[in-house]
Design a protein around this ligand. Structure first.
Ligand code: NAD
Length: 252
């Protein structure tokens, strides 16, 4: 199989969503075989030679173990884990700290940070068996800098900052086992998750100012392309990196 991912096997979570779906397409085009995981079976890509869909809720530890096992069972090994699954928690009660509900806090931390922890735990034995691998975690600019009035979801920010910390801790610990662990921090990306923000004129104008390279939102493909780089041998010397993909947001 040709392409920068050779014949490697990847698990991509959140594969029914905007960024996850773009990553499945890019990774398979680069030669990878992909276990595509999402809780929503309707949004998952259909099965094919290089894609095996897997429906399940990653807040359940047993589902994460089953997903990692299914990748090995179906494709023979596991080399790459791209943790994409996540939520915006407004509907569960996320908000600025004084208004954030216990449910909002617990749900957002469990889905955004908990699924990364559980999927890493489930996948690490297979990555070690393979002689090494690449883990890419999707954080956010909101895990690096404050979001002010317009992006006032503080459980979300804490969950993404937690992913940054987990990424660096894992990177140093697993480096001797040849497992690279990196994080991506996107700005605003045009996906279903960003529909509310982009539908609001003031927020859309703010995003255009914060992402001067693009004068608007990122595309899901731009984020997936950065993940492809980190998954490939072109990034063989890179671990513990926290890479903004943000059109200039955090440079300001
Ligand atoms: N869209 C943005 O502007 C933006 C910016 C920065 C970071 N991100 C992050 O990128 C990731 C993907 O976002 P997106 O914009 O593609 O959103 P999306 O809503 O299009 O996709 C997210 C996917 O994750 C899945 N998912 C959620 N909880 C799950 C669970 N418990 N188990 C299994 N699957 C689950 C959903 O079903 C959905 O298909 C998220 O982690 C998000 O926080 C997005």
């Amino acid at each position: 199989m040709s392409g920068v991912l050779g014949d490697r096997v990847a698990v991509i979570t959140g594969a029914g969503g905007g960024i996850g779906r773009a990553a499945v397409e890019l990774f398979t085009a680069a030669g990878a075989r992909v276990l595509a995981v999402d809780q929503d079976p309707i949004r998952l890509p259909g099965p094919g030679v290089s894609v095996h869909p897997f429906a399940g809720d990653l807040t359940k530890a047993g589902v994460c173990s089953a997903a990692a096992a299914a990748a090995v069972e179906h494709f023979g090994a596991l080399h790459i884990l791209f943790n994409v699954a996540g939520i915006s928690g407004r509907r569960f009660g996320d908000g600025p700290v004084h208004a954030c509900t216990d449910q909002g806090w617990a749900t957002v931390l469990d889905v955004n940070l908990g699924t990364v922890f559980r999927m890493c735990r489930a996948a690490l034995p297979a990555l070690i068996d393979a002689g090494g691998g690449s883990v890419i975690n999707l954080a956010s600019v909101l895990g690096l800098v404050g979001g002010g009035e317009l992006f006032a979801t503080h459980a979300y920010a804490a969950s993404k900052a937690g992913i940054v910390g987990l990424t660096r801790a894992m990177a140093t610990y697993y480096a001797p086992r040849r497992i690279r662990v990196n994080a991506l921090c996107p700005g605003l990306v045009a996906t279903p998750m960003a529909a509310r923000a982009l539908g609001d004129r003031a927020t859309a104008a703010h995003v255009a100012r914060m992402q001067p390279l693009l004068d608007g939102p990122l595309t899901a493909e731009q984020v997936a392309a950065a993940a492809l780089f980190l998954a490939s041998d072109a990034a063989a010397g890179i671990t513990g990196a926290v890479l903004p993909v943000d059109g200039g947001w955090t440079a300001q």
